[in-house]
Design a protein around this ligand. Sequence first.
Ligand code: NDP
Ligand code: GDP
Length: 331
Amino acid sequence: MRRALITGITGQDGSYLAEFLLSKGYKVYGLRRRTSTPNYENLEAVKDDIEWLSGDLTDLASLIGAVHLSEPHEVYNLAAQSFVETSWPQPLLTGQITALGVTNLLEAVRIVQPTARFYQASSSEMFGKVVETPQKETTPFYPRSPYGASKVYGHWITVNYRESFDMFACSGILFNHESPRRGIEFVTRKVTDAVARIKLGVQDKLRMGNLEAKRDWGFAGDYVKAMWLMLQQEAAEDYVIATGETRTVRELLQIAFHYVGLNYEDYVTIDPKLFRPAEVDLLLGDCHKAKTKLGWKPEVSFEEMIRMMVDSDLRKVEWEIKKRPRPLAVH
Ligand code: NDP
Ligand code: GDP
């Protein structure tokens, strides 16, 4: 039976990847860090099928222990401080987890299980202030945030371990990907959650930042399959994973509000506080290499994904409204 170790398993991608690998018959080991309140919401369906290991990307000893206990054939490093906006007020923490954390895990693998295949979650944020469009594997990086800079470090240290120690280590340069499991702070989920609340009458306004930023948004469920495919190849290489279509945040608003019969202009206000110190204006990926070498392509369209997210948020908000305590009757 093949064994996989996933860091960041409680997050969006980790949960889809865990379900995918379990469906392929893998034994899945999940690294979880200690939290005050357990958060298995994304893993409700499969949490009892996962072998849980305790650890943190900033703690090398815990990673050595996790690799030792799981003896993995494949290691997927999905853990990160993953929110761009938080990386300005918390640049050092972001660097410790999202940059140096990658070296910690690579070291644990090199020391304990050097034959394991290693996947690093690189990001289109590395392209930042893009120097060419569309962006592909050879496009130079120009990160625009402490998050982007940390991901550039994580990317190159992965390449370096491949070239220095002959490890099977590769990076997927994934463009933004979303789902009903996306964190609420990211723009797609912030919008679909607000659309549901406005439609159901429990919110009346939505404060937004830069509506002109463009992103190449795909569906997370499609993207985790590409991660697995990368580790099944003869040689370790890096791949861009994207849809090849870009949309503005404004288009996202139009589509999401229109789906429930509303006009976003009646609800959205612009809050200058939500603009970033440095913006990534345009991301558009060219995934030709993944299509030809991995046989991968995106399946879910942007509109389908946004509808799926709005539907899911409508269900969540309806449930929240139902379980609210009723006001006491006044006699
Ligand atoms: P999430 O934010 O949903 O998940 C992040 C995960 O990392 C969580 O499981 C979190 O655990 C864990 N984590 C955070 N800090 C640590 C730490 N110090 N030690 C161990 N675990 C930690 O991210 P996504 O699933 O969206 O993304 C997965 C990866 O892909 C990330 O590396 C992200 O930066 C990268 N990426 C994502 C893209 C996207 O559009 N989604 C695009 C390109 C790259 P906890 O539950 O305890 O908080
Ligand atoms: P990112 O590409 O990893 O930074 O993903 P996000 O979903 O956080 O942001 C995508 C884009 O949406 C960025 O260009 C943001 O500036 C823009 N944006 C506009 N308004 C908002 C907002 O209210 N929240 C977030 N998170 N992003 C916003």
